[in-house]
Design a protein around this ligand. Structure first.
Ligand code: F58
Length: 793
């Protein structure tokens, strides 16, 4: 179908006309998009079947369980991975169809918030591209992450609707549905052979799989992402049909329902159990139907739990092995512990999941019994290891103080626990999970995150990809490690000029988009200084915006103050219930209004907030960046992955020694990165011992004082909107050390501006050193490490 131009064009037109009963001339871009995508999906179906057949023959399989998969758009990426992009681009152009316009039609599949979900998507791409047998299991949320609409600088959330016109990449497999039990009680039957357990009076929810192909680079391997959707089951008698339907379908309705009340908490726990129960049963079904021996399960199946959200997979596998397959506890535990591996993505205590027993027990009665038993046996082992140390055991228990601690369950039930960057893993081992590390050090390991260069370089930045290909050959497209071949070009002025031209081109493209979306004219020759990520206090968008305000004050106070013109670009969604984060978004807008409209700073400082940050927008922003803002309070960002995407696209990191920035520094060397601020050790020591007084910085630094006063003196608004931010910095002693790091940040920014303006040769060299050092951050490297050291595939 895709090997002959004429045949392709004929078939494309014919299918279009047949599907929509419309003449080709009258067809819309949307109809063309759907037709092309369907053709691509059919094109890969034989490889998809073939991949499954290959796996049937006994390879060990990996299943990556995640409550989020932040995929973005698939048409362009699939074509690139199949090696068809350029061909189809010309063939369609012949028909007067620009391929990029078709790509724009596709809604982002935004089944995630940020880094955690995007990492899952990058991992799927790497697994398939490395021809490894690894599949995703997730939830098919009817509405992905909300659409952000800015109204007068305030974030409004609109329901996202990616399934509105149907979804071309999925295949519904009703015949493989699974019924998941909730509520009810557990019947205990004593028999000669032992005790048996049975669910009674449960309410069932039908989990219906929707499979999506994951196309590997080169097109040889097509893995599967299985997303479950919740529907009514025929196993539940219908008393109050409407209520039952509503409650059932709610399970896969929204990503992150509001869980500030009990009703929301129950729904969220339902989502988690729904995902794992359906997934584990489908994994077992497939394993057994291929003739597998249950007692050998861990030799043929590895199950990865992405953060604690899918941790109930552990007691669920136990339940199935015990209740349905009649294994003994010891046999079942032996298999379970060897099958599971767990990745931790945060040390923030508010993000460590704990479920109140009063919610957990009635909703999942049998699972709760099993968790209690796991806890009891775990505590017994601890008691043998640490006789008499009640305090320690209580701290490590899985069930305690009326709660189930999901991270502890994950650690107890997995053979591997990993952090996502060197520093993060060290903090887990030596602080947050130190008790567990002392008890079972062999379980802990680090796997520094990565990103797929196929999306973040080949797809997002075709201009840079062409330049690199003409310079170092196309080997890097398959193997990102080959980017290191670029290193010698750091001194090649002809190459440096071309690299500069590519960056300028990408800045022009972004400038055009900014003008269209925001109505703001930005100058592509200014420094594009970018911070795009979830909005969270620890990520310190506040430090960035206060620095902008201070810069504005400097220019206003001293008209001879020299600075290279800068465009500050932000993109961020705040979680709907996170009031403080939303206020920071408003602050960014207010500062933008002030500086963009003041003749004193016009053309010198421009601030842009790009609405509705998402994967497809990131693909336009990242290639255009000069400076990559990675300024979290040291010790708080587990890894970060945006930092890697920017680096690969030739932006220079402005960062703290946090997360993977530490390893980025290792790759670039100190001359090719801007590092500032407190070190993790210092932050942790202040957190523990105290000794920081933010007020001192207010009193002793006039620039800080002037800038903070503007939050409350009417400069930015006259309704007291920013009092809460002012108070967090001064009244609540600045938990994230914004003021403490302020001067160091300001100076480092000044230095960056100076180099950009006065030593452009040096800047260009820095760009090369970043690109050439970024290969190690390909998720292919990360996945090879998981495969070898954790999954044993
Ligand atoms: C992120 N976590 C980490 N969580 O913050 C980031 O450092 C890391 O690089 C990335 O994971 C991948 O390891 C993250 O994105 C969430 O989105 C939470 C999910 C659960 C609800 C609250 C947000």
């Amino acid at each position: 179908m895709f090997s002959d131009k004429k045949a392709f064009q004929e078939s494309f037109k014919k299918r279009l006309e047949q599907s929509y009963s419309i003449s080709f001339q009258d067809s819309t871009r949307a109809q063309q998009f759907v037709t092309l995508s369907n053709m691509v999906r059919e094109h890969i179906s034989s490889e998809w079947i073939e991949t499954n057949e290959r796996y049937r023959k006994g390879n060990k399989q990996v299943y990556y369980l995640s409550i989020e998969f932040l995929l973005g758009r698939l048409l362009g990426q699939n074509l690139i991975n199949l090696g068809l992009y350029e061909t189809l681009e010309t063939w369609l152009a012949d028909l007067n169809i620009p391929l990029d316009e078709l790509e724009e039609i596709e809604p982002d599949a935004a089944l995630g918030n940020g880094g955690l979900g995007r990492l899952a998507a990058c991992f799927l791409d790497s697994l398939a591209s490395l021809n490894l047998p690894g599949h995703g299991c997730g939830i098919r949320y009817k509405h992905g992450l909300f659409e952000q609409k800015m109204v007068d600088g305030f974030q409004m959330e609109l329901p996202e609707n990616w399934l509105r016109y149907g979804y071309v990449w999925e295949v519904r497999k009703s015949d493989l549905s699974v019924d998941v039990p909730f509520w009810g009680s557990v019947d205990v039957i004593e028999r000669k052979e032992g005790t048996k357990f049975r669910h009674v009076d449960a309410e069932y929810v039908r989990a219906v799989p929707h499979d999506m192909p994951v196309v590997g680079y080169g097109g040889e391997t097509i893995n599967t992402l299985r997303l479950w959707s919740a529907e009514m089951s025929t196993m539940t008698p219908m008393h109050d049909v409407l209520k039952y339907k509503r409650e059932t379908e709610a399970i896969s309705e929204f990503l992150y329902p509001d869980d500030s009340n009990d009703e929301g908490k129950i729904l969220r726990l339902k989502q988690q159990y729904f995902l794992v129960s359906a997934s584990i049963r489908s994994i077992l079904r497939r394993f057994l139907s291929n003739g597998g021996e249950l007692k050998e399960l861990h030799k043929h199946v590895a199950i990865h739990i992405n953060d604690t959200h899918p941790v109930l997979a552990i007691p669920e596998l136990m339940r199935l092995l015990l209740d349905e397959y009649q294994l003994s506890w010891d046999e079942a535990w032996h298999i379970t512990e060897r099958t599971f591996a767990y990745t931790n993505h945060t040390t923030l205590s508010e993000a460590l999941e704990r479920w109140p027993i009063r919610i957990f027990k009635p909703l999942l009665p049998r699972i709760f019994m099993i968790v209690e038993e796991i806890n009891e046996r775990f505590c017994k082992r601890l008691w043998e290891e640490y006789p008499g140390e009640w305090g320690r055991i209580e701290k490590m228990a899985i069930v305690a103080n009326g709660e189930v601690r999901m991270a502890h369950l994950a650690i107890a039930g997995s053979h591997s626990i990993n952090g996502v960057a060197w520093l993060h893993t060290e903090i887990l081992k030596n602080r947050e999970m130190n008790d567990f590390y002392q008890f079972q050090p062999e379980k802990f390991n680090n796997k520094t995150n990565g990103i797929t260069h196929r999306r973040w370089l080949l797809k997002a930045n075709p201009e840079l990809t062409s330049l690199l290909t003409e310079t170092i050959g196309d080997g890097f497209q398959k193997d990102a490690a080959e980017l290191s071949k670029l290193a010698p070009y750091a001194d090649d002025s002809a190459f440096l000029q071309k690299l500069w031209d590519v960056k300028t081109k990408r800045k022009e493209i972004l400038a055009k988009r900014i003008f269209e979306q925001n109505g703001v004219k930005v100058d592509p020759s200014s420094i594009f200084d970018v911070q795009v990520k979830r909005l969270h206090a620890y990520k310190r968008q506040l430090l960035n915006v206060l620095h902008i305000l201070a810069l504005y004050n400097k220019v206003k106070a001293d008209s001879s103050y020299q600075m290279a013109p800068r465009t500050f670009i932000f993109g961020a969604k705040a979680s709907p219930g996170y009031f403080y984060a939303k206020r920071i978004i408003k602050l960014i807008h207010s500062v933008a209004d002030l500086v963009n409209n003041d003749p004193a700073t016009k053309g010198l400082i421009t601030v842009v907030f790009m609405e509705n940050y998402r994967v497809s927008l990131a693909e336009d922003i990242i290639p255009a960046a000069d400076i990559s803002e990675q300024i979290s309070t040291a010790s708080k960002e587990a890894s970060g992955t945006g930092n890697m995407k920017f680096m690969m696209n030739g932006a220079i990191t402005m960062g703290t020694l946090d997360g993977a920035n530490v390893e980025i520094l290792e790759q670039t060397g100190p001359d090719n990165i801007f590092i500032f601020g407190l070190k993790a050790e210092e932050v942790m020591s202040y957190d523990k011992e105290g000794g920081y007084r933010s007020m001192d910085y207010y009193h002793h630094d006039p620039l800080i004082r002037r800038t903070l006063d503007q939050l409350v003196d009417g400069t930015l608004d006259d309704k007291g909107l920013f009092g809460v931010i002012y108070d967090s910095l001064l009244g609540e002693n600045d938990q994230y050390f914004v003021l403490k790091d302020f001067e160091s940040y300001r100076k480092t920014q000044e230095e960056a501006g100076r180099i950009y303006a006065e030593d452009q040769a040096r800047w260009r060299k820095m760009m090369v050193n970043n690109i050439s050092g970024s290969g190690i951050f390909s998720s292919d490297r990360t996945i090879k490490e998981y495969a070898k050291e954790i999954w044993n595939i």
